[in-house]
Design a protein around this ligand. Structure first.
Ligand code: UDP
Ligand code: MG
Length: 168
């Protein structure tokens, strides 16, 4: 089983769509093993987006700072989800970074539509509902950054007999 981090960004918390979006992950059988609401500070996001996510290195100072600013406007809900190839499964469900390019059926495609161009013109980063770890290495580092071991739980979900079939 693999674990991944998702973060409901301030836009989804403030729009009141956390429950709807979370339902999608539960429906495919991903298991919530940790969750909390919090309002992290600049340093926490600096480590998340640059120390781990290399956003400043990849996209430059302007996008990096505007992204941190947009995360700092309010609380977020962070979760650790577990499942078969959870990182890839969740990214597939989340869709492309730019809502305009995100396909219908994906979370970013179904709940947002803004383009990079429109966001940049207003000096903002794109509001795209949710963060999800990009790969297994990022997931491992992000989970350790956001959650302590004691904040994650081990239990059996009823659909594990379907998602984790055992040889009989
Ligand atoms: N972002 C942005 N403009 C860009 C690139 C990124 O506004 O050109 C924001 C966007 O909110 C994105 C976050 O910065 O979700 C992190 O960027 P990353 O490239 O890691 O995309 P993600 O992994 O979230 O799809
Ligand atoms: Mg990323």
């Amino acid at each position: 089983m693999e674990r991944t981090l998702i973060v409901f960004k301030p836009d989804s918390v403030q729009r009141g769509i956390v429950g709807e979006v979370l339902t999608r992950f539960e429906r495919v059988g991903l298991k919530i093993v940790g969750t909390k609401m919090l309002q992290p500070d600049y340093d926490h996001y600096h480590q998340h987006y640059e120390g781990i996510g290399t956003l400043k290195t990849r996209k430059g100072d302007e996008i990096f700072e505007s992204q941190l600013k947009s995360m700092l406007v309010g609380p977020v809900i962070a979760m650790v989800l577990e499942g078969v190839d959870a990182v890839e499964t969740v990214r597939k469900m989340v869709g492309s970074t730019e809502p305009k390019s995100a396909l219908p059926g994906t979370i970013r495609g179904d709940y947002a539509h803004v383009s990079y161009g429109a966001a940049n013109a207003s000096g903002k980063s794109v509001s795209n509902i949710i963060h999800a770890s990009a790969d297994a290495n990022e997931a491992e580092q992000e989970i350790a950054h956001w959650f302590s071991e004691s904040e994650m739980y081990d239990y059996e979900a009823v659909h594990e007999k379907f998602t984790q079939p055992k040889n009989s």
